[in-house]
Ligand binder design. Structure first.
Ligand code: PLP
Length: 463
């Protein structure tokens, strides 16, 4: 194994120990051993300092999650106080705790649909796993056991556990993992830039996608489909903003066949798209919802699955035959995570963070759209405070760069050099800054990104 260690790093350095001991999630492991790790040492507000003390602007809110930025003392206090008062408690067998109760109450009041009950987990993946189980459970309980299939979308991301990883529509999360599960189907991604046929208007495109969905449902048998799951904006698939009318047409199809809509708001929830929830930005009427990430601004792990009362009623009814509701985690409703999430949502209200994000989002989108004029940028897309620029070899034909050019990765590396953290998704460079970013920092972000794009243009020209 010693050849996997990087000889640039001193044997007792954190970098060398990283290479010796960690199995990194969602990382090209061979490249990691070549390039070595990037250490983050501390962070405050929208800035992160690396192991060498260099300051970076956080352009990705960590993994789309640090909505309130780093080092928020109010959240530190909320965690410390709750740890001192009741460091652990559970929700099994009817036990409960104050932060979980108040957080569930608050979430129900915030979400834009008729919410009945809230189930807590720890990650977006477990939330979506729970969604799948609840869809199966519910349909069994109401005497529709054949409604088992879930339709997700290609390029969607819903997590990595066995069920949520199956919903994810990105090949690296399936390949060699024996996924997806048989009951999971994938339909088109809502990306006009990638998916439109020659001469097709946005309206034609969304009509075709709705027809494809209908064809899939009819071919599989509508009575075999339990639910459709979608992120309002697929994030990890490349920040793919659906054209106007898409959700309206998709939902008309689902309604016709009595298929539920699982709204995965793990990225879009809590102000990211310019409204409190992506469902509001895009006119989605969810049956159930998953939230995580910004729910606690990533100070502690917590997720929630929110279900309508009619599903909960079926669960209560069933417990008379089935016995216990046999689902839950040791840390479902962890009081410290819940206390931090509750304080996070309160701070979002007290500081009008959603309004701030919506206003700053306009400046952000204007700067993003201006990048469409850059010779490398084939598509600049986004909504609210999320976006992406896609780098192409030929803007007219949308021809991509060869993998050997590595334009997206080069741009991200150059941005880091200029003190900006962004992430490439293939040849797209994604942006998702903390919601608390201000005008000056948006200017700094795009200034640095523009320099990175110019560097990348030189790189591709010299290649
Ligand atoms: C939309 C969406 N759903 C679910 C997940 C999975 O969340 P986690 O990584 O917390 O399991 C993610 C993670 O990025 C996500 O973006």
């Amino acid at each position: 194994m010693s050849n996997l260690l990087h000889n640039e790093f001193a044997p007792d350095s954190l970098e060398a120990k990283d290479l010796a001991h960690l199995l990194h999630p969602t990382t090209h492991l061979a490249n990691h051993h070549r390039s070595g790790p990037t250490l983050h040492a501390r962070a405050e507000g929208v800035y992160v300092w690396d192991g060498d003390g260099k300051q970076h602007l956080e352009g990705m809110a960590g993994l789309w999650c640090t909505a309130l930025g780093y080092g928020e003392e109010e959240l530190v206090q909320a965690a410390a106080e709750q740890m001192r008062k009741l460091s652990y408690s559970q929700l099994f067998t009817g036990k409960t705790n104050e932060p979980s109760i108040l957080l569930a109450e608050k979430l129900k009041a915030m979400v834009p649909f008729d919410a009945g009950r809230v189930f807590f987990g720890l990650s977006g993946s477990d939330a979506n796993d729970t969604q799948v189980k609840l869809m199966w459970y519910y349909h069994n309980l109401i005497g529709a056991p054949e409604r088992k299939k879930i339709i997700a979308r290609r390029l969607g991301y819903h997590g990595v556990t066995v069920a949520s990883g199956s919903l994810t529509g990105l090949p690296p999360f399936h390949r060699q993992f024996d996924l997806p599960l048989p009951n999971v189907l994938h339909t088109d991604a809502p990306s006009y830039y990638h998916g439109a046929l020659e001469g097709e208007t946005e309206d034609d495109f969304t009509t075709r996608l709705a027809n494809n969905l209908e064809d899939l449902i009819v071919a599989e048998g509508p009575q075999t489909i339990a639910a459709f799951i979608a992120e309002p904006v697929p994030g990890a698939g490349g920040v793919l903003v659906a054209p106007p009318g898409y959700y309206e047409k998709i939902q008309a199809v689902l309604r016709r066949h009595g298929i539920f809509f699982i709204d995965d708001e793990v990225i879009c929830g809590f102000g990211r798209t310019g409204k409190p929830f992506g469902a509001e930005t895009f006119g989605i009427e969810p049956t159930t919802m998953s939230v995580a990430k910004a729910l606690s601004s990533a100070y502690l792990p917590i997720s929630a699955v929110i279900v309508p009362e009619f599903m909960y009623e079926a669960f209560v009814q069933a417990s008379r035959d089935v016995g216990i509701f046999g689902h839950g985690f040791t840390y479902s409703g962890h009081p410290v995570c819940a206390a931090v999430a509750l304080r996070c949502l309160e701070l979002m209200e007290e500081r009008a963070v959603f309004d701030h994000a919506a206003a700053i989002g306009e400046t952000f989108q204007a700067r993003l759209q201006a990048l469409a004029d850059h010779p490398l940028v084939g598509d600049a897309r986004g909504v609210g405070l999320m976006g992406a620029v896609e780098l192409v070899a030929n803007k007219a034909t949308k021809a991509p760069f060869g993998a050997d050019v590595g334009a997206g990765a080069h741009c991200v590396a150059r941005a880091l050099e200029h003190g900006l953290i962004v992430r490439n998704i293939g040849e797209s460079v994604a942006l998702c800054p903390p919601l608390i970013i201000d005008d000056k920092q948006v200017d700094e972000l795009f200034g640095k990104l523009e320099r990175a794009l110019d560097d990348t243009l030189r790189h591709v020209n010299e290649f």
